[in-house]
Design a protein around this ligand. Structure first.
Ligand code: IPM
Ligand code: MG
Length: 367
C-alpha cells in the first residue's frame, strides 16, 4: 500500500519557518515509528502570487483535492495590502476552504497548565480550560451573494449577505454534536436569533438535530452574550457551534484566553473521501506574523499541534497524536519557551529551531 499523502503549503511570513519544524517532526515519525507520508510542497498566498500572479493556482488546488490531508502555514503580509481584493493572499485560503468544502472548522482552545499565567484572565478562570469551537467555514457572510461595492444614486454601497441553508447548518451541527459525544456532552450554539432570520433558522435546525443526540445537553446563546461569557467564565463551555463570521471572532477571543496564539492548532474538515477520512486542511490559528518573520522567534508549536490533529483526524493515529501533544506539553512544563511565551524577567527565549529540537528530544524520550 502506498503511503498517505500530505500536501504542505507553508505560505507567507513565519509559515515557512514553523513548517520547517513540522517537517522534522514528520521525519521523526518516519524514522522512529515507521509512519511514512508522501510529502509534497507547494505555494499559497503571497508566495504563490509572487510567482504566479494568483494566491492559488488551479494546479495547487487540484493537488489539495487529491491529497489525504493538507497542512498550511499562514498567508498574508503588509507587502500585499494594496493588491486587488481578488488576488489577496487570503483569497487563496478561502478558495481552498470553499472548493474542498471544508465546512467544519475545529478550533480547540486548551490552556496548558504551564502557561495559565500568560492568559489575560486570572489563572483560576483559565487553568484546565478545554473548549472546542466548531465554526461553520464554507458559507454565511463570507460567501453569500449578492456581494460587492455598488453605485446607488450618488453614492456607493458595500454589500455582503448572510445566507445559510438548512443543510449547511445541519451538517456543521452534526459535526459539533459528534465531537460533544466524545467530550463532555455539552453543546452551546451561538447566533443572533434576536436580530437575524438566519439566526432563527440556525436555532431551529440545531434544535432539530439535537433530537438525534439525546445525551448531549444543548443550550443556545446570543453570540454577543457568548463573547461576554467567554471572557467572564470560559470554563462553562465544552463545545461551541457557531457560524462563519461569529466563529472567526469568537475563536480569536477564546484563543487569547489560553495565553498565546502560538500554541493553537485547527482542523478544517469536509465530507468523507474514498479512504473514509474527511477531506481535511490543518493550520495554526496564528497568522503570518510579519513583525517577527525571519528572526527565528516564531513558536512552531501551533503548527506542530496542527500536525497532531492530522494524525488524529486524517490518519487514524490517535495514540501518536497523544504522544506529540504530550511532547509539546512536556517541553512547556520544563520551562522551555519561545519569545511569545515569556514575561519580563524570564530568562532567554529559545529560537524556533531550538523549540523544534526540544520537542524532538521529548518525542525520543517518549519511546
Ligand atoms: C481565520 C482568519 C481568516 C478568516 C482570514 C485569514 C481570511 O482570520 O482563519 O480565522 O477570516 O477566516
Ligand atoms: Mg480569524
Amino acid at each position: 500500500m502506498s503511503n498517505p499523502s500530505l500536501l504542505i503549503l507553508a505560505g507567507d511570513g513565519i509559515g515557512p519557518e514553523v513548517m520547517a519544524q513540522v517537517q522534522r517532526i514528520i521525519g521523526w515519525y518516519g524514522e522512529k515509528r515507521g509512519l511514512n507520508f508522501d510529502v509534497s510542497e507547494d505555494l499559497v498566498g503571497g508566495a504563490a502570487y509572487d510567482k504566479h500572479g494568483t494566491p492559488l493556482t488551479d494546479e495547487t488546488m487540484a493537488k489539495a483535492q487529491a491529497a489525504d490531508a493538507v497542512l498550511l502555514g499562514a498567508v498574508g503580509g503588509p507587502k500585499y495590502d494594496d493588491l486587488d481584493f481578488s488576488v489577496k493572499p487570503e483569497r487563496g485560503l478561502l478558495r481552498l476552504r470553499k472548493e474542498m468544502d471544508l465546512f467544519a472548522n475545529l478550533r480547540p482552545a486548551q490552556c496548558f497548565d504551564a502557561l495559565a499565567e500568560f492568559s489575560s484572565l486570572k489563572t483560576e478562570l483559565v487553568s484546565g480550560l478545554d473548549i472546542m469551537i466548531v465554526r461553520e467555514l464554507t458559507s454565511g457572510v463570507y460567501f453569500g451573494e449578492p456581494r460587492g461595492i455598488f453605485e446607488e444614486g450618488n453614492q456607493r454601497v458595500g454589500i455582503n449577505t448572510q445566507r445559510y441553508t438548512e443543510a449547511e447548518i445541519e451538517r456543521g451541527a452534526r459535526a459539533a454534536f459528534e465531537l460533544a459525544m466524545k467530550r463532555d456532552k455539552r453543546l452551546c450554539s451561538m447566533e443572533k436569533a434576536n436580530v437575524m432570520e438566519s439566526g432563527i433558522l440556525w436555532r431551529e435546525v440545531v434544535t432539530e438535530v439535537s433530537k438525534d443526540y439525546p445525551e448531549v445537553a444543548l443550550s443556545h446563546m446570543y453570540a454577543d452574550n457568548g463573547a461576554m461569557q467567554l471572557v467572564r467564565a470560559p470554563k462553562q463551555f465544552d463545545v461551541i457551534y457557531t457560524d462563519n463570521l461569529f466563529g472567526d471572532i469568537l475563536s480569536d477571543c477564546a484563543a487569547m484566553l489560553t495565553g498565546s496564539l502560538g500554541m493553537l492548532p485547527s482542523a478544517s474538515l469536509g465530507a468523507p473521501m474514498e479512504n473514509g477520512h474527511p477531506k481535511a486542511l490543518y493550520e495554526p490559528v496564528h497568522g503570518s506574523a510579519p513583525d517577527i518573520t525571519g528572526q527565528g522567534k516564531a513558536n512552531p508549536s501551533a503548527c506542530i499541534l496542527s500536525f497532531a490533529m492530522a494524525l488524529r483526524y486524517s490518519f487514524d493515529q490517535g495514540a501518536e497524536a497523544d504522544r506529540l501533544e504530550a511532547a509539546v506539553e512536556k517541553v512547556l512544563a520544563d520551562g522551555i519557551r519561545t519569545a511569545d511565551l515569556m514575561q519580563a524577567g524570564d530568562g532567554k527565549p529559545v529560537s524556533t529551531t531550538e523549540m523544534g529540537d526540544a520537542i524532538l528530544a521529548a518525542l525520543d524520550a517518549s519511546l
